[in-house]
Design a binder for this molecule. Structure first.
Ligand code: PEP
Length: 252
């Protein structure tokens, strides 16, 4: 069975005390999870070292980004080896907010993904189309190009270590969720692209998360789709009870 994952992306929200409250609540609610279920919490950089104390075999702390080089004169940046130092083993790469506000391109993301894997960090690689592309009906080609340009250079062994998050930009933080059918259709398309590029086995082994206004009241239906293996959750991950319910919606 593929890993079922509930990933939280706090973005630049909250505070130390709010983060503590959230992590304490998750710790209290989850003493254990089945082997194939994982919780990943992507916290802001300053909290990474502290948050690591909450990491368990099933609850991981993640970074929200990392630089594409290992060291150097890059003021304000954080490197893969620094994440290694803290025992961090997941990193979100290519979130649409970074693509938009920090001009991150597929070419840059290709370098980041390769570097993350080289340093034993699991990339949560984000892809997804903006509204105008969805309205034009060309979302399949758009997402396929993102995969092709940023991660299809990897070997089968490498890509099997990547988690993919499909996040339609028009559904992020807007309260507009893709319907379960829209999510399933794109996840199936992504899996087919992987199958064509690699193999059926590889396509079946990769966890593909849905992101875009996942809440406790829609997680069950979305996570219940054949090709959806959990979610990447922004807003709702900042409300302890919401995120606990979302984790409980993972397919058992
Ligand atoms: C996200 O930022 O990855 C996200 C999916 O946000 P939200 O759940 O708030 O739409």
């Amino acid at each position: 069975m593929r890993n079922q994952i509930a990933a939280a992306n706090w973005k630049m929200n909250g505070s130390f005390s709010k983060g503590k409250e959230l992590l304490e609540t998750f710790k209290e609610n989850f003493n254990s999870l089945p082997d194939f279920q994982q919780i990943i919490i992507a916290v802001p950089y300053p909290y990474l070292a502290w948050a690591s104390q909450y990491a368990t075999s099933f609850m991981h702390i993640a970074a929200q980004n990392m630089h594409h080089q290992t060291e150097g004169a890059f003021t304000g940046e954080v490197s893969a080896p620094m994440l290694n130092d803290l025992g961090i083993n997941y990193v979100i790469l290519g979130h649409s907010e970074r693509r938009e506000y920090n001009n991150e391109t597929d070419e840059l993301l290709k370098q980041k993904v390769e570097l993350a894997l080289k340093h034993n960090l699991t990339p949560i690689f984000c892809c997804g189309e903006p509204l105008n592309i969805r309205e034009a009906g060309t979302q399949n080609q758009y997402v396929q190009a993102q995969l092709q340009n940023a991660i299809f250079n990897l070997s089968a062994d490498q890509i099997e270590k990547v988690v993919i998050a499909y996040e339609p930009i028009w559904a992020i933080g807007t309260g507009k969720t893709a319907t379960a059918e829209q999510a399933q259709a794109m996840h199936e398309h992504i899996r087919t692209c992987i199958q064509k590029q690699y193999s059926f086995e590889t396509s079946q082994s990769i966890s593909i998360l849905y992101g875009g206004s996942v809440k406790a009241n829609n997680a069950n239906e979305i996570f219940g789709q054949t090709d959806v293996d959990g979610g990447l959750v922004g807003g709702a991950s900042l409300q302890a009870n919401e995120f606990v319910a979302i984790v409980k919606s993972l397919v058992a």
